[in-house]
Design a protein around this ligand. Structure first.
Ligand code: PRP
Length: 194
């Protein structure tokens, strides 16, 4: 994307964002998401009440969810990030998971919670489950805000799920279209052009 330079301060109204035509149906409102995140935080705090888990945010998509989930987890927790990518700017998975940035904290012996924005084909999750089992994690759970409908049929076991969603191209609350729209507070269907 080619950007123009930042503008001087102005009190003029800003252009609407998202621009008209970019978002169709709102699948999950901000309030629905926030309520479910509070429930997931409570569920996880009860599950890990006798230990301090290591939350690993799988970036970049989980940036917003992980920040909110951490605050909804009312107990001691450690936090680290991995940057993983399999889609890049493409609509279809490349089929290859790349670790762009690994953990700073050793996962061996830890109770790991992988925090994902979406489990779609399950490729990323499967790769990370294998990765952390090889690293000697004491346990690995997955908490994903979204999973695609039918992912259970594909043999995926995501223990902590926010919502099941249909096979639309969704954006917002961390999810992008060509890296834009992650900052929308809701999740909607992308209807723009890439
Ligand atoms: C997205 C998402 C998950 C993964 C899920 O990441 O954040 O990590 O795809 O897809 P899968 O179940 O088919 O593997 P993406 O590669 O788009 O990178 P991003 O998080 O930086 O947006």
């Amino acid at each position: 994307m080619t950007d123009t330079a930042p503008s001087p301060p102005t009190s003029e109204p800003l252009a609407p964002y998202p621009a008209p035509g970019q978002v169709g149906a709102i699948l999950l409102t901000e309030a629905q998401i926030q309520e479910r995140v509070r429930e997931l935080g409570d569920e996880l705090a009860r599950k890990y009440r006798d230990t301090t888990p290591l939350f690993i945010a799988v970036m970049k998509g989980s940036v917003i969810f992980a920040a909110d989930l951490m605050r909804a987890f009312k107990a001691p927790v450690e936090f680290d990030v991995m940057v993983v990518s399999s889609y890049g700017d493409a609509l279809e998975t490349t089929g290859v998971v790349k670790i762009v940035k690994d953990l700073d904290t050793p996962a061996a012996g830890r109770h790991v919670v992988l925090v994902e924005d979406i489990v779609d084909t399950g490729l990323t999750m499967q790769y990370l489950l294998d990765h952390f089992s090889k690293q000697g994690a004491a346990s690995v759970s997955v908490c994903s805000l979204l999973v695609r409908e039918g992912s259970e049929a594909a043999g995926l076991n995501v223990e902590h799920i926010g919502f099941e969603i249909p096979h639309d191209f969704v954006i917002g609350y961390g999810l992008d279209a060509a890296q834009i729209y992650r900052n929308l507070p809701y999740i909607g269907v992308f209807t723009g052009d890439l």
